[in-house]
Ligand binder design. Structure first.
Ligand SMILES: [Ca+2]
Length: 83
């Protein structure tokens, strides 16, 4: 009955593919601020979360008024521990 085993394996693989992380998950602790869940944090979202716009301006490296996951993560400064 190898067919049963094959279908079971496909079922597991299918499950793994049906749960991709949402774009906002890239923000880690800030994911809840990305209420539109598009992987970008706008000024409106930032303010809605009760955050200080000045703090966002510091994180907004390219000054386009939108925070992206790369900008948020780069604040750590180099040389952090790697796994
Ligand atoms: Ca930006």
């Amino acid at each position: 009955m190898s067919l049963a085993i094959l279908s079971a394996a496909l079922g597991v693989a299918g499950l793994a593919n049906t749960h991709p992380l949402p774009p906002s998950a890239k923000f880690g602790a800030l994911a809840a601020i990305d209420t539109s869940n598009d992987g970008r944090i706008s000024v409106a979202e930032w303010r809605a979360a009760g955050r200080d716009p000045a703090a966002m301006a510091k994180l907004d490296k390219n000054h386009d008024g939108v925070l992206e996951p790369g900008e948020v993560k780069s604040r750590r400064g180099g040389g952090g521990p790697r796994e």
